[in-house]
Design a protein around this ligand. Structure first.
Ligand code: SAM
Length: 349
């Protein structure tokens, strides 16, 4: 069966979502997009991938769902058309149901409705034995407006972002010197598997473009000793913390005396320059893991990302270093994406 795919994204990045999907899946088809989402209908002869890439693999999509039905809703009875659509789907039960709306100016007023409607939908599904905690798929009801619902499914084990609307809840620490801290915190939650194991007390890190210290704060909070490189001033605790050494140097020239476990970089610079810099650190073994931000103020963001990844690939291959690279347009990112690059162990001979 050919299913359409629904992608959630930050409003204004629907085209990036589309370009990335077409480049990575090799599929073309029809698209409908509004701020906050893009709907892909595979073209004739082209099957939608039965196992869409995990949201983790897609940079611009916060969530990826199979669309089971696209239903018009009556003003008085919104429930019946949804239940009718579920009857004709081949899925006998769902492990839960999430009601969502676009993360956009037009979508925000729908949040009260989706909250209130959730109880009504859950009750109706339970009465019809359509909820079974052991079932494979979760039901998503996505409301582009009050008069339309996209009835979708996802297997949370393999495909779904674990967060409602694909948006992680990240707590703003009151002691952090800047809101940028949320970006690195979200990157550790989203991009770094086993972050608790990989970021531990006694490790060392370098923060390029550290001031005023939001990213340094995240490293220090996990017990790392940090070289904070920036000509600008560090603020608050990060200016006096015993585990922070502020180096007033150029981030493109700075080299630590000893290799470090972590490199993080939030310098505002051309993305290709950042990509090359980070790749050199990892290829030479100066750092084992890196989280860095590629600023993308240009129109062709996807093309720029491909160019940066190619540069990283060339540098790592030239040094014969195996690596893994993942990236995400985080909820706390604006015109930028955040990447995680890590050295992989060489295979045993
Ligand atoms: C977006 S801010 C970093 C915010 C920081 N991550 C935080 O969480 O507070 C970018 C910083 O990069 C620094 N920067 C830009 N180019 C640099 C360079 N070549 N060397 C060192 N720092 C640089 C700027 O001084 C600025 O403080």
């Amino acid at each position: 069966m050919r299913h359409a795919l629904l992608f959630y994204c930050r409003a204004g990045f629907e085209n990036d979502c589309r370009q990335e999907w077409e480049a990575r899946s090799g599929q073309t088809g029809g698209w409908e997009s509004e701020p906050g989402f893009a709907l892909f209908k595979p073209g004739k002869g082209g099957e939608a991938d039965p196992n869409p890439p995990e949201p983790k693999e897609l940079i611009f999509a916060r969530q990826t769902l199979h669309v089971l039905a696209d239903v018009q809703l009556g003003e008085k009875d919104r429930l019946t058309p949804i239940l009718d659509a579920l009857k004709s789907s081949k899925i006998s039960a769902f492990n839960g149901v999430w009601l969502e709306h676009p993360d956009s100016d037009a979508g925000k007023p729908l949040s009260g409705f989706t909250r209130r409607f959730t109880d009504i939908v859950e009750k109706a599904l339970n009465e019809r034995n359509l909820i079974d905690p052991k079932a494979r798929f979760r039901l998503h009801l996505f409301f582009p407006s009050m008069t339309r619902a996209l009835v979708c499914s996802v297997d949370p084990e393999v495909a779904a972002s674990p967060w409602l609307m694909g948006i992680p809840r990240v707590r703003m620490p009151s002691e952090a010197p800047s809101r940028s801290t949320l970006k690195l915190s979200e990157a550790f939650m989203t991009l770094v598997p086993d972050a608790d194991q990989l970021l531990k007390s006694g490790m060392t890190g370098v923060d390029l473009g550290a001031a005023p210290g939001g990213w340094t704060f995240q490293l220090v909070a996990r017990g790392l000793k940090v070289f904070a490189v920036d000509n600008g001033p560090m603020k608050g605790d990060m200016a006096i913390h015993p585990h922070v050494k502020h180096m007033r140097e150029d981030g493109f020239k700075y080299k630590p005396q000893h290799p470090v476990d972590w490199l993080v970089c939030d310098m505002v610079e051309q993305p290709a320059r950042i990509a090359q810099l980070i790749a050199k650190w990892l290829a030479s073994g100066t750092a084992r893991h890196a989280v860095f931000n590629l600023k993308l103020p240009m129109k062709k963001r996807w093309a720029e990302i491909e160019r940066c990844f190619e540069l990283i690939d060339q540098t790592m291959n030239a040094a014969h270093v195996r690596y893994a690279l993942t990236a995400k347009h985080l909820y706390h990112d604006r015109e930028e994406v955040t990447c995680y690059l890590t050295r992989l162990k060489a295979p045993r001979r």
